[in-house]
Structures are given as C-alpha cells and as structure tokens.
Design a binder for this molecule. Structure first.
Ligand code: LLP
Length: 415
C-alpha cells in the first residue's frame, strides 16, 4: 500500500525517506501488494469463463514484477525478441506468451518462433507471407486494425491510420496467404491504444473485431489488447471496470455461442503496474528568478527525462509529493526540472508546493508503467536502482548502473 500518514509518504511499511537513505536517490520503488491487487481486481471484473491475462511487459520488465505475475497465473505480451527470451527464462509457459511486434524481420521471427517456440501475432501482410515461407503449416495469430483507436495522446493511439495491424480492407488477403502456406489462423487480435478511461470505446472496436472473426473458422482466441487507463491527476475518474468486464464478456459469450468457443485474452500493462511505482528524487538545486515582475522557481532534482520521459514526451501529468512535507501548506508554484541538458527536461510544471529546500525528498507518483522501461542513458547517466517492497519486506531487484555498465564493458577500446 502506498499512502500518506501525516507529513510522510509510506510505501508498504517503509518510510519513503528511509528507503531513499538506504538505497540512495534517484530510486524506483514498486509495491508488490498494489500489483497483486490490481491483477486480481481486473481478473475478477471480467466474468467471461475462459479468460487469460497476458501482462504487457513493455510497461515494466522488472523481473520481480514478472515473477509475481507469473505466480498469479499471468501470461505475457511481448514485443521484442529479448522480452520473449526474458519471459521464457523466467518460466512463463511458452503457450502463454504472444509476440506482437511491429516492423518485424525474418531473423526476429526465426528466433522467437523457431528457437523459443513462442507464437507470433502478425502485424502485416508482408510479415504473414514471410512467416508462411519460414514456418508453413503452423499456427499463427493476426493483429487487426479495427479502423478506430483511442488513447491519452496521439502517440499512444494504435488503431485507425497508424502503422499497426492488418487493415480491414486486407482481410481477404490474410485468408489467401494462410491458404497458400497452410497456416492455421488460431487467434485474432487488436490493440487500439493506451490510457483509455472510457470503457465504451471497447464496445465499438470489439464489434468490428468480432465481425472480422466471423469470417474465420478454427479460431481459438480473441485478444483485445491492453489500453486500460489509470487516473494520474487528482479528480480524474478511473475506468469503470465492471462496465469494461460486462462489455467484453457479453460480446465474447455471444460470439462463442454462435461461432464456437474462443478464449478471451487481454494484455494490460499500465493498469497492473502504473500506480504501483514511485520515483524518489532529491532536490539538489533551487533557482528563483524574477521574470516580468513575477517570480519563477525551478526546483532541480537528481533525475530527469532520462529516467521518466512521459512528461517530456507526451506532456503527461504525474503527481509529485514532497515525501516529508506532505501535509504542509502549499505556498509556492514551482517547475520541477531534471539534471539533463535540455529545456524539455521537465518532470512537473507549475505545481503548488510547500516551501522546499535543497535536500528534500520528492516522490513522483504512478511511474510503475512506462517509467523505467522507457528510461535511457542520455548524458551518460546511469539508470537508478529498482527495489520491490512487500509489506515489511524490501529487496533490491536491479542495482544502480555503473560507468562500467554504461560504457567500459560494452566498448571495443580500453577506457
Ligand atoms: N498490447 C499491445 C500490443 C501494446 O502495444 C500495448 C502498449 C499493450 C498491450 C499495453 O497497453 P497498456 O495496457 O499498458 O495501455 N509509452 C506510452 C504507452 C505506449 C503503449 C504501447 N503499447 C505511455 O507511457 O503512456
């Protein structure tokens, strides 16, 4: 559980301040209890009898998180050869892993399907043909672009005019190519976008997907992708899970009755891990300036867009909590900025805060999804460690990177 008690932020039974002291900052902290609750809540909200959750590990590939979800019975949505390899190494059954790539090369298919034995979810007609040549007579799934999408930002919309999936006017070609190579299309898939807070969006697109599915026989699963959003801003409403569950269950039951039984697959990423992660950062430099008779305060911290790119890339909002001054009156308006040499290196804009001092600890909230997994070594800065808290237990899962990790060990010259 992540909560504020008095002026302090707690993660599980730990004071954020103590974790920062022990592991250093910047620091990614995950709460296992929150992840487990999210998974179980989502699973329970979908009454369809034959449901398989494939956690989308692009959201966060921390091995401890993956192992936790594996133990709960989750499968895995993977998008790269190494994500697939990670799933196999961590003991996910291969039949519960689905590879949904984009711009996929023959070599990648040879590795994922040929070496790892993981099913491929095809993204284009070209890929289907190349797959057919490599693996004739095998089972495969196809990603359909239902013609509409949704998401929290244009970059996170993947249905409609985007590079993703086989378009609706190409469906006949799927059947032709499958026939040519003796392929069995056992699954149809869609993923329309990410950060969806209105469950109704799934109704329309699922209708489209199922109408395509009626043109196929021998289907074993329908995969409706991920996309379920979480509230980031105070006052934002969570997605209505019961509504989501009843929309998809009803649609799948109707389909199964008229067309033969299929398994329902969903691929949530953000919903499972988003609110389970906190990035702890230290205030290192406060700059106050007068501009046109008004005061501007830049609060500089020891992290930045290299560790959390969502605000810079999408203008995303993440709540920031002063971890030891949480109940102090908010008296100033600040921009929270990082230590990366770009003006876009912003973590939060114009936030009301209590008086801050250098050395204060800030907690950037809801960074469990697309935080660490989108981080980089820009400016030759190491990634922070990731720790996992479970009630009164804590463990270091991934340590802080070193100079050697970043450059010395991967460079073909002596440094
Ligand atoms: N399945 C497929 C095929 C996907 O491409 C994705 C996400 C998911 C499932 C999981 O979506 P989720 O349940 O997490 O919304 N970097 C962006 C989000 C990009 C999502 C890409 N695909 C962000 O930080 O908001």
């Amino acid at each position: 559980m992540i909560r504020i008690v008095g002026s302090h932020l707690y993660i599980g039974e730990y004071l954020a301040e103590d974790l920062a002291e022990r592991f250093g900052t910047p620091l990614y902290v995950y709460d296992k209890e929150v992840i487990v609750e999210n998974y179980l809540r989502l699973a329970r909200s979908i009454p369809y009898e034959d449901l398989e959750i494939l956690y989308s590990c692009k959201a966060n590939n921390n091995p401890e998180i993956l192992a936790t979800l594996r133990d709960l019975g989750s499968g895995l949505d993977v998008v790269s050869p190494f994500e697939a390899l990670l799933g196999i190494r961590l003991g996910f059954p291969r039949e519960k892993i689905l590879f949904t790539g984009t711009s996929v090369s023959d070599d990648e298919m040879k590795f994922v399907r040929g070496e790892l034995g993981v099913m491929i979810n095809i993204d284009s007609l070209s890929q289907l043909k190349r797959y057919g040549r490599l693996f004739p007579g095998t089972e495969v799934s196809v990603r359909i672009n239902p013609g509409v999408g949704a998401g929290h930002h244009g970059y996170a919309v993947t249905g409609g005019v985007t590079k993703f999936g086989v378009y609706l006017n190409q469906i006949e070609k799927i059947r032709d190519i499958a026939r040519e190579f003796g392929l069995r299309i056992v699954g149809l898939h869609m993923h329309i976008g990410s950060g969806i807070l209105d469950a109704n969006v799934y109704r329309e697109t699922l209708d489209v997907l199922l109408s395509v599915a009626r043109r196929f026989s021998g289907l074993e699963f329908i995969d409706i992708g991920g996309g379920l959003g979480i509230p980031y801003k105070p006052g934002e409403k969570p997605i209505d899970l019961d509504q989501f569950g009843s929309i998809v269950s009803k649609a799948l039951r109707d389909f199964s009755q008229s067309h033969g039984h299929v398994k329902l697959r969903i691929e949530p990423g953000r919903y499972i891990v988003g609110n389970a992660g906190v990035l702890l950062v230290r205030v290192v430099d406060i700059k106050e300036v007068e501009i046109n008779n008004s005061r501007k305060i830049f609060v500089g911290v020891d992290s930045g867009m290299n560790h959390l790119i969502r605000p810079a890339l999408y203008g995303s909002y993440h709540e920031v909590i002063p971890a030891s001054k949480a109940d102090k009156p908010k008296e100033i308006l600040v921009d929270i900025v990082g230590d990366i040499c770009e003006s876009g290196d912003i973590l939060a804009l114009e936030r009301p805060m209590p008086r801050l001092e250098e050395g204060d600890l800030l907690a950037i909230m809801d960074v469990g999804a697309y935080g660490y997994s989108m981080s980089s070594n820009y400016n030759l800065r190491p990634r922070p460690p990731e720790i996992m808290v479970f009630r009164d237990e804590v463990k270091l899962v991934r340590r802080r990177e070193t100079f050697d990790d970043l450059i010395r060990l991967v460079t073909n010259r002596s440094i």
